[in-house]
Unconditional design. Structure first.
Length: 276
Protein backbone atom coordinates (compact mmCIF):
# COMPACT_ATOMS: atom_id res chain seq x y z
CA UNK A 1 0.00 0.00 0.00
CA UNK A 2 3.00 2.29 -0.15
CA UNK A 3 4.98 3.97 2.56
CA UNK A 4 2.98 5.14 5.56
CA UNK A 5 3.45 7.91 8.06
CA UNK A 6 1.11 8.15 11.05
CA UNK A 7 -0.05 11.70 11.67
CA UNK A 8 -0.62 11.13 15.40
CA UNK A 9 3.14 10.67 15.85
CA UNK A 10 4.25 13.79 13.99
CA UNK A 11 7.11 15.79 15.51
CA UNK A 12 8.29 18.98 13.82
CA UNK A 13 12.02 18.49 14.17
CA UNK A 14 13.18 20.28 11.02
CA UNK A 15 15.64 23.12 11.57
CA UNK A 16 16.75 26.04 9.43
CA UNK A 17 19.82 25.32 7.30
CA UNK A 18 23.05 26.91 8.53
CA UNK A 19 23.26 30.61 7.64
CA UNK A 20 19.60 30.93 6.63
CA UNK A 21 17.62 33.82 8.09
CA UNK A 22 14.06 33.00 9.22
CA UNK A 23 11.30 34.90 7.44
CA UNK A 24 7.69 35.68 8.15
CA UNK A 25 5.02 33.88 6.13
CA UNK A 26 2.01 35.80 4.79
CA UNK A 27 -1.23 34.70 6.43
CA UNK A 28 -3.07 32.95 3.61
CA UNK A 29 -5.95 31.76 5.78
CA UNK A 30 -8.59 33.28 8.05
CA UNK A 31 -9.68 30.83 10.73
CA UNK A 32 -13.22 29.47 10.34
CA UNK A 33 -14.77 28.69 13.77
CA UNK A 34 -17.36 26.44 12.12
CA UNK A 35 -14.62 24.00 11.08
CA UNK A 36 -13.91 23.16 14.74
CA UNK A 37 -17.21 21.27 15.03
CA UNK A 38 -16.33 18.99 12.13
CA UNK A 39 -12.93 18.26 13.65
CA UNK A 40 -14.53 17.29 16.95
CA UNK A 41 -17.02 14.94 15.25
CA UNK A 42 -14.28 13.15 13.27
CA UNK A 43 -11.81 12.84 16.16
CA UNK A 44 -9.63 9.69 15.89
CA UNK A 45 -10.94 8.81 12.43
CA UNK A 46 -8.42 7.01 10.20
CA UNK A 47 -7.63 8.99 7.04
CA UNK A 48 -5.49 8.03 4.04
CA UNK A 49 -3.74 10.93 2.32
CA UNK A 50 -2.32 10.63 -1.21
CA UNK A 51 0.70 12.58 -2.43
CA UNK A 52 2.86 12.86 -5.55
CA UNK A 53 5.95 10.69 -5.12
CA UNK A 54 8.22 13.16 -6.94
CA UNK A 55 7.13 16.74 -6.35
CA UNK A 56 9.75 18.46 -4.18
CA UNK A 57 9.58 20.38 -1.96
CA UNK A 58 5.90 19.51 -1.47
CA UNK A 59 6.17 15.72 -1.46
CA UNK A 60 8.82 13.12 -2.27
CA UNK A 61 10.34 9.89 -0.99
CA UNK A 62 12.97 10.43 1.70
CA UNK A 63 16.20 8.42 1.73
CA UNK A 64 14.55 5.63 3.67
CA UNK A 65 11.65 5.54 1.21
CA UNK A 66 9.04 7.13 3.45
CA UNK A 67 7.00 10.22 2.55
CA UNK A 68 8.56 13.61 3.19
CA UNK A 69 8.14 17.20 2.08
CA UNK A 70 6.49 20.48 2.98
CA UNK A 71 2.99 19.39 1.96
CA UNK A 72 3.35 16.02 3.70
CA UNK A 73 4.53 17.56 6.97
CA UNK A 74 1.84 20.24 6.86
CA UNK A 75 -0.92 17.71 6.20
CA UNK A 76 0.25 15.58 9.12
CA UNK A 77 0.43 18.65 11.34
CA UNK A 78 -3.17 19.48 10.36
CA UNK A 79 -4.17 15.91 11.21
CA UNK A 80 -2.60 16.20 14.66
CA UNK A 81 -4.46 19.46 15.29
CA UNK A 82 -7.76 17.93 14.11
CA UNK A 83 -7.11 14.71 16.09
CA UNK A 84 -7.24 12.59 12.94
CA UNK A 85 -5.17 9.41 12.56
CA UNK A 86 -3.54 9.96 9.17
CA UNK A 87 -1.27 8.02 6.88
CA UNK A 88 0.42 9.22 3.70
CA UNK A 89 0.75 7.10 0.56
CA UNK A 90 3.06 8.21 -2.25
CA UNK A 91 1.86 7.57 -5.81
CA UNK A 92 3.01 8.59 -9.30
CA UNK A 93 1.44 11.88 -10.37
CA UNK A 94 -0.69 10.27 -13.09
CA UNK A 95 -2.40 7.94 -10.59
CA UNK A 96 -3.46 10.46 -7.95
CA UNK A 97 -6.87 11.58 -9.19
CA UNK A 98 -7.94 8.09 -10.29
CA UNK A 99 -6.93 6.67 -6.90
CA UNK A 100 -8.93 9.36 -5.12
CA UNK A 101 -12.01 8.71 -7.24
CA UNK A 102 -11.73 4.92 -6.67
CA UNK A 103 -11.73 5.47 -2.94
CA UNK A 104 -8.12 4.35 -2.46
CA UNK A 105 -7.54 7.55 -0.52
CA UNK A 106 -9.53 10.22 1.23
CA UNK A 107 -7.62 13.30 0.06
CA UNK A 108 -4.79 14.40 -2.22
CA UNK A 109 -2.38 16.71 -0.42
CA UNK A 110 0.07 17.51 -3.23
CA UNK A 111 0.61 17.12 -6.94
CA UNK A 112 -2.76 18.10 -8.43
CA UNK A 113 -3.51 21.51 -9.91
CA UNK A 114 -6.74 23.03 -8.67
CA UNK A 115 -8.34 23.28 -12.08
CA UNK A 116 -11.78 22.29 -13.29
CA UNK A 117 -10.74 18.73 -14.12
CA UNK A 118 -9.46 18.10 -10.61
CA UNK A 119 -12.45 19.68 -8.94
CA UNK A 120 -15.19 17.84 -10.82
CA UNK A 121 -15.06 14.93 -8.39
CA UNK A 122 -13.47 16.47 -5.32
CA UNK A 123 -13.92 19.09 -2.64
CA UNK A 124 -11.25 21.66 -1.85
CA UNK A 125 -10.01 23.01 1.45
CA UNK A 126 -9.34 26.70 1.69
CA UNK A 127 -5.93 27.54 0.14
CA UNK A 128 -2.80 27.45 2.28
CA UNK A 129 -0.37 28.83 -0.32
CA UNK A 130 -0.22 30.57 -3.70
CA UNK A 131 2.38 29.66 -6.31
CA UNK A 132 4.72 32.40 -7.51
CA UNK A 133 7.44 32.75 -10.15
CA UNK A 134 11.08 33.74 -9.50
CA UNK A 135 14.23 34.39 -11.49
CA UNK A 136 17.66 33.15 -10.41
CA UNK A 137 21.17 33.98 -11.65
CA UNK A 138 24.72 33.05 -10.70
CA UNK A 139 25.87 34.63 -7.45
CA UNK A 140 28.45 36.80 -9.29
CA UNK A 141 26.13 37.72 -12.16
CA UNK A 142 26.33 41.33 -13.37
CA UNK A 143 22.58 41.39 -14.05
CA UNK A 144 21.05 43.97 -11.72
CA UNK A 145 17.31 43.31 -11.97
CA UNK A 146 14.68 41.06 -13.48
CA UNK A 147 13.31 43.88 -15.64
CA UNK A 148 12.89 42.72 -19.27
CA UNK A 149 15.36 45.35 -20.49
CA UNK A 150 18.06 44.02 -18.14
CA UNK A 151 17.54 40.47 -19.39
CA UNK A 152 17.27 41.40 -23.09
CA UNK A 153 19.62 39.33 -25.24
CA UNK A 154 20.38 36.90 -22.41
CA UNK A 155 19.62 33.19 -22.38
CA UNK A 156 16.89 32.28 -19.86
CA UNK A 157 16.28 28.65 -18.95
CA UNK A 158 12.70 27.49 -18.35
CA UNK A 159 10.82 24.19 -18.30
CA UNK A 160 9.35 23.60 -21.77
CA UNK A 161 5.60 23.75 -22.48
CA UNK A 162 4.73 25.30 -19.11
CA UNK A 163 2.85 28.39 -17.99
CA UNK A 164 6.21 29.85 -16.94
CA UNK A 165 7.50 29.43 -20.50
CA UNK A 166 4.39 31.07 -21.96
CA UNK A 167 4.75 33.97 -19.53
CA UNK A 168 8.34 34.54 -20.64
CA UNK A 169 7.28 34.40 -24.28
CA UNK A 170 4.69 37.09 -23.54
CA UNK A 171 6.78 39.51 -21.50
CA UNK A 172 10.44 38.70 -22.25
CA UNK A 173 10.47 38.55 -26.02
CA UNK A 174 13.85 40.28 -26.11
CA UNK A 175 15.50 37.37 -24.30
CA UNK A 176 16.56 34.01 -25.71
CA UNK A 177 14.38 31.34 -24.10
CA UNK A 178 16.08 27.97 -23.65
CA UNK A 179 13.65 25.10 -22.89
CA UNK A 180 14.48 22.19 -20.56
CA UNK A 181 12.65 19.04 -19.56
CA UNK A 182 12.74 19.74 -15.82
CA UNK A 183 13.86 22.25 -13.22
CA UNK A 184 16.99 20.32 -12.29
CA UNK A 185 18.26 20.44 -15.89
CA UNK A 186 17.60 24.18 -16.15
CA UNK A 187 19.37 24.87 -12.87
CA UNK A 188 22.36 22.75 -13.91
CA UNK A 189 22.60 24.77 -17.13
CA UNK A 190 22.70 27.93 -15.03
CA UNK A 191 25.46 26.58 -12.79
CA UNK A 192 27.70 25.63 -15.73
CA UNK A 193 27.03 28.82 -17.68
CA UNK A 194 24.86 27.58 -20.54
CA UNK A 195 22.16 30.09 -19.59
CA UNK A 196 22.45 33.42 -17.77
CA UNK A 197 19.20 33.10 -15.79
CA UNK A 198 16.43 30.64 -15.03
CA UNK A 199 12.74 31.25 -14.32
CA UNK A 200 10.25 28.94 -12.64
CA UNK A 201 8.17 28.11 -9.61
CA UNK A 202 9.56 29.97 -6.59
CA UNK A 203 9.50 27.06 -4.15
CA UNK A 204 11.05 24.56 -6.55
CA UNK A 205 13.63 27.17 -7.52
CA UNK A 206 14.68 27.81 -3.93
CA UNK A 207 14.60 24.13 -2.99
CA UNK A 208 16.94 23.22 -5.85
CA UNK A 209 19.33 26.15 -5.57
CA UNK A 210 19.80 25.78 -1.82
CA UNK A 211 20.52 22.04 -2.01
CA UNK A 212 24.00 20.67 -1.36
CA UNK A 213 24.54 19.93 -5.05
CA UNK A 214 24.04 23.61 -5.95
CA UNK A 215 27.14 24.52 -3.89
CA UNK A 216 25.88 28.04 -3.14
CA UNK A 217 26.14 28.86 -6.85
CA UNK A 218 23.22 31.15 -7.31
CA UNK A 219 20.94 33.85 -6.00
CA UNK A 220 17.38 34.99 -6.58
CA UNK A 221 16.97 37.96 -8.89
CA UNK A 222 14.29 40.56 -8.21
CA UNK A 223 11.06 39.83 -6.41
CA UNK A 224 8.36 37.22 -6.79
CA UNK A 225 5.90 37.39 -9.68
CA UNK A 226 2.22 36.53 -9.27
CA UNK A 227 0.10 36.17 -12.40
CA UNK A 228 -3.13 34.16 -12.25
CA UNK A 229 -3.45 34.37 -16.04
CA UNK A 230 -0.38 32.15 -16.27
CA UNK A 231 1.30 30.29 -13.40
CA UNK A 232 -0.10 31.54 -10.08
CA UNK A 233 -2.44 29.01 -8.49
CA UNK A 234 -3.95 28.51 -5.06
CA UNK A 235 -2.60 25.43 -3.29
CA UNK A 236 -5.05 23.40 -1.21
CA UNK A 237 -5.93 19.80 -0.34
CA UNK A 238 -8.46 17.92 -2.46
CA UNK A 239 -10.94 15.72 -0.60
CA UNK A 240 -13.02 12.96 -2.17
CA UNK A 241 -16.57 14.01 -3.06
CA UNK A 242 -19.13 13.42 -0.32
CA UNK A 243 -16.69 14.04 2.54
CA UNK A 244 -17.42 17.65 3.42
CA UNK A 245 -16.90 16.81 7.10
CA UNK A 246 -13.33 15.68 6.40
CA UNK A 247 -12.66 18.80 4.34
CA UNK A 248 -13.86 20.94 7.23
CA UNK A 249 -11.77 19.00 9.73
CA UNK A 250 -8.64 19.46 7.59
CA UNK A 251 -9.47 23.15 7.28
CA UNK A 252 -9.59 23.34 11.08
CA UNK A 253 -6.20 21.62 11.28
CA UNK A 254 -4.68 23.96 8.69
CA UNK A 255 -6.08 26.97 10.54
CA UNK A 256 -4.53 25.74 13.79
CA UNK A 257 -1.18 25.00 12.13
CA UNK A 258 -1.03 28.55 10.80
CA UNK A 259 -2.11 30.12 14.11
CA UNK A 260 0.52 28.17 16.08
CA UNK A 261 3.30 29.04 13.62
CA UNK A 262 3.77 25.45 12.43
CA UNK A 263 3.15 26.36 8.79
CA UNK A 264 5.76 29.11 8.94
CA UNK A 265 8.27 26.77 10.61
CA UNK A 266 7.83 24.18 7.87
CA UNK A 267 8.24 26.75 5.11
CA UNK A 268 11.47 28.00 6.66
CA UNK A 269 12.78 24.45 6.94
CA UNK A 270 11.99 23.31 3.41
CA UNK A 271 12.30 26.67 1.64
CA UNK A 272 15.19 28.48 3.38
CA UNK A 273 14.93 31.65 1.28
CA UNK A 274 11.86 33.88 1.34
CA UNK A 275 9.77 32.83 -1.70
CA UNK A 276 8.12 36.26 -1.77
Amino acid sequence: MGNLVMGIALLLTLALPAGAEPYKLPQFRTADPAAAAAAQELSARSVRLLADADFPPFSFAAQGGGPSGLGVELALAACVEARLSCEVVLLPYGELLAALNRGDGDAVISGLRLDETSLQDALMTRPWFRTMGRFAVLRDSPVKSSDPKDLAGLRIGVIRDTAHARWLETYYGGSILVPFDDAASAQLALRIGNVQAVFGDSLQMIYGLTSATAQNCCKLLGGAYSDFDFFSRNIAFLVRAGQADLRDALDYGLDAAQTKGLTEKLFNAYVPLNPW
